[in-house]
Design a protein around this ligand. Sequence first.
Ligand SMILES: *Cc1c(COP(=O)(O)O)cnc(C)c1O
Length: 364
Amino acid sequence: MKIMPNRLDRGFYMFQNEYEEKALEVLRSGWYVLGKEVSNFEEEFSNYVGAKYCVGLASGLDALWIAFRILGIGKGDEVIVQGNTYIASVMGITINGATPVFVEPDEYYNIDASKIEEKITDKTKAILVVHLYGQAANMQKIMEISKKYNLRVVEDCAQSHGACYDGKTTGTFGDIGCFSFYPSKNLGAYGDGGAIVTNDAEIANNVKIFRNYGSEKRYYNKVVGANSRLDEIQAGLLRVKLKHLKELEQERIVLCERYLDEIKNENIALPKIRDKSTHIWHQFVIRTEKREQLISYLEQKEIGTIIHYPIPPHLSEAYQYLHIKKGTLPITEQYADTVLSIPLYNGMTEEEQKRVIDALNAFN
Ligand SMILES: *Cc1c(COP(=O)(O)O)cnc(C)c1O
């Protein structure tokens, strides 16, 4: 049977009874938007990451653009971000009219902190840090730079729920941490969802008002806001999953340590773990110069893969208006041409993993 790159059904069946009970409980409660499931989830998730506040939202993209909106970063402002990210990170910046300024990644696929300072201008207002693939970025250096230049820091934690740098959880270093609960994320819902976390009471309150048409009190609208509410069913299901997130994370760590130990092929570069960072393995991303051959070879062996991501944002059609030429970000572009995510999911069997490892080791 074909091994898919991801199997969300396996994760569901692990705790099927709990999910089904919770869904029924919410359905039968008569309360579907902004109720006790959302407020309980917000409290539990803020505790999980170690932030004072959490505000549930409708998606990770909403968390990002609302974060910049609340910080007042928009037209005429620049935001520094790594070139090799999912395009939603960049949209979070540009939806508000601000300009993304791309920095090359380091060998861990995070922003190369040593290349940030050369990109700072008098228009720079913030750094958007993406903890890509589940590994925490070099937060010590990034926070030093942000203090030196008085910049805001927003963290895109859509792939890093619970990952730490030097013992501190991603999302709690900067002004705002943005999360996605899209089904395939490590803390994934059964539909769309997102959240921001922050230690700043005013930011938390402003996001809370913003997500509900800008109203604090029903029908009294303070600002032109959005409809971006996490719904009760998703919040309830996320509460179920959050209780098991540590064990789910541990399972992924075991799977990935096995990949790291047992994949041995000189055509394949394995991911590296940064000193002081933890990796929660949203994806297991290898690199190879022979990507096209490897993909079709694995396809023949009924093993699916995905590329995260084949086109870097600066080269996507959506961002042609930035006029950034191919060749401007050589490392970013080289990663886009060589990265490949191999199968990884909770509930992956030893047998399935062995098939993937054996296939990779026999490739030349
Ligand atoms: C998934 C993802 C997002 C967007 O989250 P949605 O909930 O799909 O809107 C943003 N940034 C990164 C890095 C992501 O992986």
